[in-house]
Design a protein. Structure first.
Length: 323
């Protein structure tokens, strides 16, 4: 019985501190973070802005925790869309993010500012107890600075291991200035961020012989449809987005720029990753009777992952063919 009571005490102690913010981003799952917010009585909020990610992150989850004397805490959980692995966690006490606050030009009392500094110091002490002294810049000792343009700022940085960063930052300022189109408003914010800095092992996508054969066959059929001036049939090889946008005039111009009486051969094939994070296959063809070291003309075709054409361009090529 004594063992059971001791275990329960340890679990409660961990929930009080460790499960209030969740610093171990590698060992805490998204479900555990959500459960933590539910246990704390947090309010789940919709994310109204569209979060654009080029690293595979999904739309973050957002929660509000009610606070007394300082701004409510907003918690944001960012995770990978493919497997829900945590990317980073952001906790913010920010006056400007409170929906009820419409007068952001108003100055805050010294008591309000002192309460915010106490919260920062409390967080700093608790994180330091666990991870040691941080790298620190800035100072919060002179509250008179809050009325000046520089304001009060402080930032702490912990690196518990080679793949985790914990950053604690605050700015406290009552300074207001409006000059032309530039406005500086009072700012009262604490930001605590836990980042997963582990480098993902990236495997370069490769084009399999089977898929190359499939795409080469599709290219041949596409060329035959163009050669026959079968515009409707040609469109069947295009992606839905391109099919909707392309005009009869554009297809006619494309046909006029390809010499279908000359035989073509594939000289390059490879996979490239676009800025949207998706993989695209590029095929480059030249005319067989173009026997120079550097082709004079190329036909570039780009396929998406669904084997649909998203780009085709006959080009005059004067330089070396790019890999």
């Amino acid at each position: 019985m004594k063992f059971k009571l001791t275990s329960a005490f340890l679990i409660i102690g961990f929930a009080t501190f460790g499960q209030e913010f969740g610093f171990d981003i590698h060992k805490t799952s998204l479900d555990q973070y959500i459960q933590m917010e539910e246990d704390l009585g947090s309010e789940s909020l919709p994310v109204t802005s569209n979060h654009v990610s080029f690293s595979g992150n999904a739309q973050p989850l957002k929660f509000r925790r009610r606070q007394e004397g300082i701004p409510d805490l907003m918690a944001y959980y960012y995770f990978k869309e493919k497997d829900s692995t945590m990317s980073h966690v952001l906790y913010e006490w920010d006056e400007s993010r409170q929906a009820k606050n419409t007068d952001l030009d108003s100055k805050k009392s010294r008591e309000y500012q002192k309460a915010l500094i106490r919260k920062f110091n409390q967080l700093e002490e608790r994180i330091s107890d666990r991870y040691g002294e941080p790298e620190t810049t800035g100072d919060l000792s002179d509250l008179e600075q809050a009325d000046k343009k520089s304001g009060l700022e402080k930032k702490d940085l912990w690196r518990p291991n080679d793949s985790t960063e914990i950053e604690l930052y605050t700015v406290i300022s009552n300074y207001y200035e409006k000059r032309g189109m530039i406005t500086i408003t009072p700012t009262h914010r604490i930001r605590l961020e836990v980042r997963n800095t582990k480098k993902e092992k990236k495997n370069s996508p490769k084009l399999s012989p089977g898929r190359l054969k499939t795409l080469s066959g599709l290219t041949g059929k596409f060329f035959r449809a163009l050669s026959a001036e079968d515009l409707s049939g040609s469109k069947q090889f295009l992606s839905a987005r391109i099919k909707e946008a392309v005009t009869r005039e554009q297809l006619t111009a494309l046909i006029a720029n390809i010499d279908f009486d000359r035989e073509t051969e594939l000289i390059y094939s490879g996979i490239q990753v676009g800025i949207d994070g998706r993989s695209y296959t590029m095929l480059q063809y030249k005319y067989k009777d173009d026997v120079g070291d550097i082709p004079k003309e190329l036909i570039k075709i780009i396929y998406d992952e669904k084997n649909k054409i998203v780009g085709i361009q006959p080009v005059k090529f004067q330089g070396k063919v790019a890999d």
